[in-house]
Design a protein around this ligand. Structure first.
Ligand code: IPE
Ligand code: IPE
Ligand code: MG
Length: 238
């Protein structure tokens, strides 16, 4: 078990590189997504041993609708299949699952499965898996500000009481601590609209591995390396 004082309690992962993984093999991009979905279980199972209580994974962004209709439809089918297939194991492993992102644009049948999975795992306490689906950081903040403005309009909140903590409470992630470590696979060094507000002081790891090749061993190595980093939060080293 990692030193709890320094362990990355919340790790967020941008699972990137599925398309390139498939293309390198001369296969359709969707095959890469299927291979990628299979990696998630191993990473989830590695978390409790290294002190990771919260794992948040980026599955589909608000920008991913720009992809071909075939890819988007295939991904939506994959999400449904993933939920159906993994529910029992997630329950058995004590994993509580929650989704972040805007559900309004998702098919009703997918949203129903998401709701069922959240409910079926709501009593689990071993670890927390948060899946970002139709998630975008700017979209999340915009929706939060809209709801906050509505509450001000309704007289439930005074504008003078608005602060960072209050705004955080309106975000999709209101139940989560800020991420300690954000990992992105596939060699791209950008955050692509993921957890913009929440990652203000996150540490980042950009690795070249394509997501379908990412193993629990590599994950554990990155989490351990986090333990050696010095976080200053704007202050000075002590
Ligand atoms: C990440 O893999 C998964 C999703 C965005 C849904 P990509 O599909 O972005 O893979 P690359 O970046 O094209 O290789
Ligand atoms: C980010 O990856 C979104 C997910 C991993 C779900 P993208 O592949 O969509 O990001 P860009 O297009 O390279 O910025
Ligand atoms: Mg990509």
């Amino acid at each position: 078990m990692a030193d709890t004082a320094k362990s990355a309690g919340h790790v967020a992962v941008i699972m990137d590189g599925n398309g390139r993984w498939a293309q390198m093999r001369g296969r359709p991009r969707l095959m890469g997504h299927h291979a990628g979905a299979k990696r998630v279980r191993e990473i989830v199972e590695a978390c409790p041993d290294v002190g990771v209580k919260h794992l948040t994974i980026f599955a589909f962004s608000t920008e991913n609708w720009k992809r071909t209709q075939t890819e988007v439809a295939g991904l939506m089918r994959l999400f449904k299949r993933y939920i159906r297939r993994e529910t029992q194991d997630l329950i058995n492993n004590g994993v509580r699952v929650r989704f972040i992102g805007d559900r309004i644009r998702l098919e009703d049948s997918l949203v129903a499965l998401m709701d069922d999975l959240e409910l079926a795992t709501s009593h689990n306490t071993k670890m927390n898996l948060t899946i970002a689906l139709n998630y975008g950081g700017r979209d999340e903040v915009t929706r939060a500000v809209k709801r906050l403005a509505y509450d001000v309009e309704q007289g439930k909140l005074s504008h003078s009481n608005v602060n960072a903590e209050v705004l955080s409470g309106y975000l999709d992630t209101h139940f989560l601590p800020d991420p300690d470590l954000v990992i992105r696979t596939s060699g791209e060094a950008r955050i692509s609209n993921f957890l913009l507000w929440q990652s203000a002081y996150a540490e980042y790891e950009f690795v070249d591995t394509l997501w379908p090749d990412f193993t629990a061993a590599e994950f554990v190595k990155l989490v351990s390396r986090f333990g050696q980093r010095e976080r200053r939060y704007g202050g000075i080293a002590v």
